[in-house]
Design a binder for this molecule. Structure first.
Ligand SMILES: [Zn+2]
Length: 123
């Protein structure tokens, strides 16, 4: 019975994979990070939500309301949706980062920051 259910589910998933265009799949993947996770992440990297913090990637000032909550390891590369995999960035830094991991991005564009961030336990 259980086998039957599992194989039915697999069939449904396969059907969805075949019938759904890639653009829809990536839309599905781009779920917004829930507010309580955003607050948790902000507290870890920046402190008080009401005060400004800094973008983890470029190190420039950043406000909570403008922050883009991005994955250290992107979902498409096996990154988890866990809060530990999320960092606050500028929107432009997040867009720049694309499919790179945070470490790859910082190494490429802000190499001097890697050591500092590692010291803080941010990477
Ligand atoms: Zn930035």
């Amino acid at each position: 019975m259980l086998d039957k259910i599992v194989s039915l589910q697999n069939k449904k998933i396969r059907k969805w994979l075949i019938s759904t265009p890639d653009s829809k799949k990536s839309q599905k993947k781009r779920l917004r990070v829930p507010m309580h996770i955003r607050v948790l992440v902000w507290r870890k990297y920046c402190g008080n939500v009401l005060q400004g913090g800094r973008c983890v990637a470029c190190g420039e000032p950043l406000d909570f309301k403008d922050a883009s909550f991005s994955h250290k390891v992107p979902r498409c590369r096996g990154g988890s949706i866990d809060a530990r995999n999320i960092i606050p960035l500028h929107r432009r830094c997040n867009e720049d980062m694309g499919d790179m991991t945070a470490i790859e991005y910082i190494r490429k564009f802000y190499p001097k920051r890697e050591k500092i961030l590692r010291k803080k336990g941010f990477l």
